[in-house]
Each structure stands twice: as structure tokens, then as C-alpha cells.
Design a protein around this ligand. Structure first.
Ligand code: HEM
Length: 414
């Protein structure tokens, strides 16, 4: 599809659902065409038309204008239209959970749901989790040893953040395989025939976390669920439904994203052997490298907003009620912001990349994700002197929002 529209003025309709594996795995040439020719691009989709924003400044302007643009379709559409835009109608339980997710709220409810979590995920608190995270990473790496081929996604990159979230919430790590299956089912609610599976996963998770909440009413524990049950130091504590929804939100928001960061980082380093060598020689480069990897090929390629009022962007008139997709992956490759954006440069100061969003919804788990990736990659490099792809091409999940390979077969040597 790339060849057909090349060199003919304005590119045609941006429709990633029609893309093949090659474009999904490497969407950046496509983004570039739109960023150069039609950076504020309209498609007649959804309840009211959808805009795709490819430039850094435009994405940042929308993200940081909480009065002009928000995440709640119901602010500008009838309830039924808005609910369907969020989750298919066949998934009532999932819909009721998602409607209580922090990421879909405007102020003041947004602050009420976010503030009890902030203290548990701050950079300072996350620093204190480093040893626990390292132990988890070392255990997972030990299980990879001595095998001809491993799947880095299923055996390392996914269980690592899931085990960390399980510890944070105070639920048993043995449930990780079940959490992963549920989280993937939830995420694919819109896939063909997938709504029933997504709803079943939502029902299972709601029942499980509901029982966890009730159990904690009678006892004290240092975990996040107990903190929320005890009111989180707020005048208006979260309801049981809000706590359950928050647990499911953290499980999904904090899992697939970090999984993709770890696996895509390994992939990027394998494809840039000079960067891999530099990192092996000087582990102090790790924090900057992780930051640059998030800019270069971030796990969340786009986020959605709804126009809460009319606006003009680069001369294009956006009307109240229209949907906007902010293509963060393209913003992070905007040459107006990042010189030579397609080059992975370890020494680069990636500055304010948009990989974690910006504004009031800026990723709550950013500090945790950074540390998980730094430790996960560090352990892999220390434990395995050789890493090589066991199969090409790498297969990607057909999704740009949560962007990453669904498996990564690797040969490892100690
Ligand atoms: C929000 C990316 C890891 C929890 C966001 C947003 C982005 C993002 C782009 C903004 C969404 C928007 O503006 O619409 C990522 C990436 C991650 C990651 C790239 C890994 C590399 C995590 C982790 C957690 C988490 C580990 C939790 C443990 C959240 C939550 C929100 C959020 C709760 C909503 C915040 C709000 O609305 O105030 N994330 N995330 N994320 N993220 Fe992350």
C-alpha cells in the first residue's frame, strides 16, 4: 500500500487497519509521508469524523489543553454513542470498568482517582522497588538459560511487569499467566469474535478483584489495594467498583506497554549492534538509552482525544465532537523537534518526547516503566553475552495503540 500513494501529492486516507505486517512493524515511513504532506489529516470515520495529528507541536498542544480536548466521548456525544466508541455494546462489564478508569476522566474526578496512586508510583518510591524488580528479572533470566530458543515476549518481557504489578497490588504472582490472558483478551475487545472473550475476562477479573477488596476490609497490609480500601487519605474514598476498575486498569496499562518497551528495545539493540556494544561497555548509558528507545520506537503509538470545543490547527478547522488521534510515534520522529529523528542515538538528550503522553494524563507509571526496562535490559545483557534473533521477520500484534511484537524468538548464550 505504501507504493500506491507515493509521490502523488496528498496521501490518501490514513487507515492503519488496512496495513500489512511490514507497515505495522515499521510505521515510520508512513508517518513521515503524512507528517510532511498532511500533518493534520481528516478521515470520515467514527461517530463524527477522525483527525490524525502527526506533528510534535500539534500533539503537544492538544495534550496540554485539557479544556479544549479530553478523553471522554460522553462530554460531546450522546451516552450510547460515547459508550459504543469506548467498548462494544456486547461487553457491559468491561464497559462499566472502563468507565471508571482514570485515563477516561476529566477533572475533578480525574484528580480524585489519580491522587491516591501517585504516592505509590512516584520516582522516589519506585527507586525503593529496584531490588525486588531485579530479583524478579534474575529469576526470569535464569529460566531462559540453556535453551536453544526462547520467546522473549512470553517468557521475560511480559511476566516481568506483570509480576511487579502483582506485588504492588498484593496479589499472588502465580496468577500472572491468567492475568496476561485476561489482559490480552480485554485489549482485543474489537477484534473479530473477540467481544465475548473480552467480556468473559472482564467478568473474571471483576469477580477476583472484588473478592480481594472485600477480603482487605478486615485486615491490614502494605499493598495498593489495601491503601485504596482504607481511603487513600482522601475525603471521598474510592467506591468498591472504582477500586476494582483501578486494579484492572493498572494491570492492562502497566503490562502490555512495558512488555513492548522491553521487547522492542532488545529488537532495536540487535538491529543497532554498535549501540548494543556501547551499552555493554558502559552500563551507565542505560537510563539515557531507555529514554531514547521510547522516543525512537515507543510502545504507545497513538492516543485518542475528543474536541470539547471548536479549534483551528494549522488552518484546519476541528469541530466540537470530532475525534483526534495524536500519533505520538510520529511526533517523536518530528525533525522540527528532534534532529535526525530516524537515527537511534544513545547520547541524544531526547528531551520532552511524548512516549508517555503529556498534560494531566501523563503516564502515571512512567517512573516504574523506566526502571523495569533499565533493570530488565541490564539483567539480559549481564546474563547473556550473545543474543540473536532466531527468526525473521518478527511478527507484530495487529495494533498501533499498544505496539509491539507478539513473540520474539531469541537465541541466547551465557
Ligand atoms: C497513561 C504510556 C507504563 C499506568 C499513559 C499515557 C501514555 C502511557 C502515552 C497517556 C494516555 C493519554 O494521554 O491518553 C505508557 C508507556 C509505558 C507505560 C509507553 C511503558 C513503557 C505504565 C505503567 C503503569 C501505567 C507501568 C502502571 C503501573 C498508566 C495510567 C495512565 C497512563 C494509570 C493514566 C493516567 C491518567 O489518565 O492520569 N501511559 N505507559 N503506565 N499510564 Fe502508562
Amino acid at each position: 500500500m505504501r507504493a500506491t500513494a507515493l509521490g502523488r501529492g496528498l496521501p490518501g486516507r490514513f487507515d492503519p487497519r488496512a496495513w500489512g505486517q511490514a507497515e505495522i512493524a515499521d510505521p515510520y515511513p508512513e508517518y513521515r509521508r503524512y507528517r510532511e504532506a498532511d500533518p493534520v489529516h481528516f478521515t470520515p470515520e467514527g461517530p463524527s469524523g477522525r483527525w490524525y495529528l502527526f506533528g510534535y507541536e500539534d500533539a503537544l498542544a492538544v495534550l496540554t489543553d485539557q479544556h479544549g480536548f479530553g478523553r471522554r466521548a460522553s462530554a460531546v456525544h450522546a451516552e450510547d454513542v460515547a459508550a459504543t466508541a469506548l467498548v462494544p455494546a456486547q461487553c457491559p462489564t468491561l464497559r462499566s470498568l472502563v468507565e471508571d478508569w482514570l485515563v477516561f476522566q476529566d477533572p475533578p474526578r480525574h484528580a480524585r482517582l489519580r491522587s491516591p496512586l501517585v504516592g505509590r508510583l512516584s520516582p522516589r518510591v519506585v527507586l525503593g522497588l529496584r531490588e525486588q524488580i531485579r530479583e524478579i528479572a534474575l529469576d526470569l533470566a535464569a529460566a531462559l538459560r540453556g535453551r536453544p530458543v526462547v520467546d522473549l515476549v512470553g517468557e521475560f518481557a511480559a511476566p516481568l511487569p506483570l509480576l511487579v504489578i502483582a506485588q504492588l497490588l498484593g496479589v499472588p504472582g502465580e496468577l500472572v499467566a491468567w492475568f496476561r490472558r485476561c489482559a490480552l483478551d480485554l485489549q482485543q475487545a474489537r477484534g473479530p469474535g473477540a467481544a465475548a472473550r473480552a467480556e468473559a475476562a472482564a467478568v473474571e477479573l471483576a469477580a477476583y478483584f472484588g473478592s480481594q477488596v472485600r477480603e482487605r476490609r478486615g485486615r491490614d497490609a502494605p499493598d495498593l489495594i489495601t491503601l485504596l480500601v482504607r481511603g487513600g487519605g482522601q475525603d471521598e474514598p474510592l467506591t468498591e467498583h472504582e477500586i476494582v476498575a483501578t486494579c484492572v486498569h493498572l494491570l492492562t496499562a502497566g503490562h502490555e506497554t512495558t512488555t513492548n518497551l522491553i521487547s522492542k528495545s532488545v529488537l532495536a539493540l540487535l538491529r543497532h549492534p554498535e549501540a548494543l556494544t556501547a551499552l555493554r561497555a558502559d552500563p551507565a548509558l542505560m537510563p539515557g538509552t531507555v529514554e531514547e528507545l521510547i522516543r525512537y520506537d515507543g510502545p504507545v503509538q497513538m492516543v485518542r482525544r475528543w474536541a470539547y470545543r471548536d479549534a483551528v490547527l494549522r488552518g484546519r478547522r476541528i469541530r466540537r465532537g470530532e475525534e483526534l488521534m495524536l500519533v505520538l510515534g510520529s511526533a517523536n520522529r518530528d525533525p522540527a523537534r528532534f534532529p535526525e529523528p530516524d537515527v537511534l542515538r544513545l547520547g541524544r538528550a531526547p528531551g520532552r518526547h511524548l512516549g508517555f503522553g503529556s498534560g494531566i494524563h501523563h503516564c502515571l507509571g512512567a517512573a516504574l516503566a523506566r526502571v523495569e526496562a533499565e533493570i530488565g535490559l541490564g539483567v539480559l545483557l549481564a546474563e547473556f553475552s550473545r543474543m540473536a534473533l532466531a527468526a525473521e521477520p518478527v511478527h507484530y500484534a495487529p495494533d498501533l495503540v499498544f505496539h509491539g511484537p507478539d513473540r520474539l524468538p531469541l537465541e541466547l548464550a551465557p
